[in-house]
Design a protein around this ligand. Structure first.
Ligand SMILES: [Zn+2]
Length: 243
């Protein structure tokens, strides 16, 4: 089971020679309403990363728990890193991984606020090394067809899809009695530090009451399948692109 941090140096060297791919799991600790755990954006991508570790030769780095959660930083329980801090963390981790000889990093990302920083870190780190970063914003890039088919409401934050996924993976951490909808509508992009609670009522954007564990299982199973196919493709040195 190739979890990077569980290997000795000698076994790491052996395992690293058998794969081109390392998996970086990037997370967040932030409010997900009153019904989902603060670590939702860590629990879901980490679950998928464990499947990669079990079923492929790719090496999975320990998850980076904190993310860029500025929009949620006024809600209790949220721990957000400044963008410049997170950019440096991502950049240093990517450089360290490429220095070890890996050709591909899958950044298995659990949280929207991290995406642009992963992108910037990937630009810097691939300038200095012969390596490629594939950023997988898992909640939108994976299992898209399954989500479209089975979810009754659009995606959001702590809404139908995400609540279903946690119900599938860690039902013990979900309080469905506290699940309530909230989805503000606006034509414009509004930014205001002092009015964040108005812009994200109760930390929710979606309809969690529609969630079921069955929907979550269908999404997670397809996401796992697509991720494993991605690893297999990268092991052959091929980029996941089509014409
Ligand atoms: Zn989330």
């Amino acid at each position: 089971m190739p979890q990077w941090s569980e290997l000795t140096q000698a076994s790491f060297e052996r395992k690293a020679r058998q794969t081109k791919v390392a998996v970086m799991v990037t997370c967040a600790v932030e409010t997900h309403g009153d019904h989902l755990p603060l670590g939702t954006d860590m629990i879901l991508p980490t679950f998928l990363a464990e499947k990669i570790a079990q079923k492929t030769k790719a090496l999975v780095l320990p998850p980076i728990p904190f993310g860029e959660s500025w929009s949620f930083d006024v809600f209790k329980g949220t721990v957000s890193l400044r963008p410049e801090t997170l950019l440096m963390v991502y950049r240093d981790v990517m450089k360290a991984v490429f220095r070890q000889g890996f050709k591909f990093i899958i950044a298995l990302n659990g949280h929207g606020g991290n995406s642009r920083l992963l992108h910037q870190a990937a630009e810097y780190s691939t300038e200095d090394h012969d390596g490629t970063v594939v950023i997988v914003n898992w909640w939108s890039d994976l299992a898209a067809s399954v989500r479209a088919e089975i979810c009754e409401t659009p995606d959001g934050h702590a809404g139908e899809d995400e609540t279903s996924e946690v119900l599938a993976v860690r039902p013990d951490l979900v309080d469905m009695k506290a699940a309530k909808s909230a989805r503000i509508r606006t034509t414009f992009r509004i930014v205001s530090a002092s009015r964040r609670e108005e812009l994200l009522p109760r930390g929710i954007y979606g309809e969690p009451q529609n969630a079921t564990a069955e929907k979550g299982r269908a999404i997670m199973e397809r996401a796992e399948k697509e991720l494993i196919e991605l690893v297999q493709q990268l092991e052959k040195g091929k980029l996941p692109i089509s014409e």
